[in-house]
Design a protein around this ligand. Structure first.
Ligand code: ATP
Ligand code: MG
Length: 429
């Protein structure tokens, strides 16, 4: 999925990326979506712009189906690593730019091969595309004119025009020619926010960050909601969630994190003599509070890291009793996944090492010895109705919620709007 497909590098030890003048970003599957396309492309561009912000010399420009990042000395590999995580980007090619003159194109092509140093027996072809019709040689002619001297210089290369291991692409444009041969796989999916907004219940565990990433990849904008029970849960547990949100923000540019003080609500469930229902009651309370936050923030769904049967609160019966506490659609991207698959994904996304840090979550603290796997909804509702001042406590938790806007660079500020200021060329908006 996020694995690199550095085609040329696969045939040798070398990569042309350090040599690149520019990165060529291609859009992904959403291209099929007809008239929404312009909006989608703009969203990707905005996200790319956010990722490029720490590299002030880099300049962006956009073309049908593509974005170009001219590096002007900024580090190509580092930028490609960041940009391949932008949802909606299908692939990235490091590009060398030469003048559109035959001798220059040949010289750069030669240097390309020297850098890549293809192994003996690597199959090869040149694919030229003459976009600028006044260039004196046609595409097919250019294939031969460039390939012949290259093959003379590298007798170990074998020509294969059908499926070569190494394909040197030339795009001849007025003024400049783009030369490239590698494709780094991007994360794909839909541009962020193009499928609406949802609240993500983010715990400190392995599952919920993966659920958040999966939602974002389908174009959902996500705001995180975390419940903490100070002083029962530590400052470290809270910091862990901030750090997890920061990893998610790499995929979003910026992400909101709502920190909800949950102690008062949680302690209202202890001492009622129904310990086996505590988890059900806590989850329902979380959903009620999140629903209020969702209304305030204009979100239309709630995402959780639930996976069917994983723990007592994730049986079908529990999901049923818990889910009824909200009128919003509950999205559970991991519901049918095995734990091992979820763990793999969390490693790829980069949240795993943080998730396994052993700090207490508010739920683990109050977990009874035998939580029910089959809660009785009628009893649960009755308990909630008879708890003194219960809805006032829920309202107080909403009122006491603190909101941070988390960025990958750690420059948090109180939520509000984070404006994007990197140098976009005017024609783009
Ligand atoms: P995770 O690894 O995401 O913590 P889990 O397997 O530990 O999941 P539970 O602890 O039962 O499962 O939590 C189920 C879901 O409830 C989580 O995936 C998350 O969406 C939500 N959740 C649990 N605890 C919290 C919390 N303190 N704040 C916000 N959401 C929470
Ligand atoms: Mg958990």
């Amino acid at each position: 999925m996020m694995r690199d497909r550095e085609t040329a590098a696969a045939t040798s030890g070398g990569s042309s990326i350090e040599y690149a003048d520019m990165l060529l970003l291609r859009f992904g599957e959403f291209i099929l979506k007809g008239k929404n396309r312009t909006r989608f492309e703009k969203t990707v561009l905005r996200h790319v712009k956010e990722m490029v912000k720490p590299y002030p010399k880099a300049v962006l420009s956009k073309e049908f189906g593509r974005i170009y990042v001219t590096l002007n000395g900024e580090p190509a590999r580092e930028l490609a690593e960041a940009l391949k995580n932008v949802f909606g980007i299908a692939s990235i090619s490091p590009v060398k730019v030469s003048r559109s003159e035959f001798e220059d194109i040949l010289a750069v092509s030669r240097t390309f091969l020297e850098i890549i140093a293809p192994a003996q027996g690597t199959t090869f072809k040149v694919s030229a595309r003459r976009v600028w019709k006044d260039f004196p040689h046609g595409s097919i002619e250019m294939n031969k004119l460039i390939a012949t001297p290259l093959l003379q210089g590298y007798p170990g290369l074998l020509v294969d025009v059908k499926s070569p291991e190494l394909e040197l692409k030339l795009e001849i444009r007025e003024g400049h020619t783009f030369i490239f041969c590698e494709q780094i796989a991007g994360v794909g999916g839909f541009p962020l926010g193009t499928n609406g907004k949802a609240m993500l219940l983010l715990s400190g565990g392995i599952d919920s960050p993966v659920a958040g990433w999966s939602s974002m990849r389908r174009g959902l904008e996500v705001e995180c909601v975390h419940f903490y029970s100070y002083p029962y849960t530590s400052e470290l547990a809270r910091q862990k969630v901030v750090d997890l949100a920061r990893i998610l923000s790499r995929y979003a540019g910026v992400i909101k994190l709502h920190l909800v003080p949950f102690t008062e609500v949680q302690t209202s469930f202890t001492g009622i003599g129904q310990d086996n229902l505590i988890i059900t009651l806590m989850r329902r309370a979380m959903l009620r509070i999140t629903t209020q936050l969702a209304e305030r923030e204009g979100a239309l769904a709630v995402v959780t890291g639930d996976s069917l049967g994983q723990v007592a609160s994730q049986t079908l019966s529990s999901m049923n009793a818990i889910g009824r506490a909200t009128v919003l659609p509950l999205l559970r991207p991991l519901v049918m996944m095995d734990k091992s698959e979820i763990v793999e994904l969390s490693k790829t996304i980069g949240t795993y090492n943080l998730s396994i840090l052993p700090y207490e979550d508010c739920c683990t603290l109050f977990v009874p010895k035998s939580p029910t796997t089959n809660p009785n909804l009628r009893i649960v509702e009755k308990i909630e109705a008879t708890l003194p001042g219960y809805s006032a406590r829920l309202d107080a938790a909403v009122a006491g919620t603190e909101t941070l806007s988390i960025t990958p660079y750690g420059d948090e500020k109180p939520s509000d709007v984070v404006t994007v200021q990197a140098g976009l060329q005017e024609e783009w908006f």
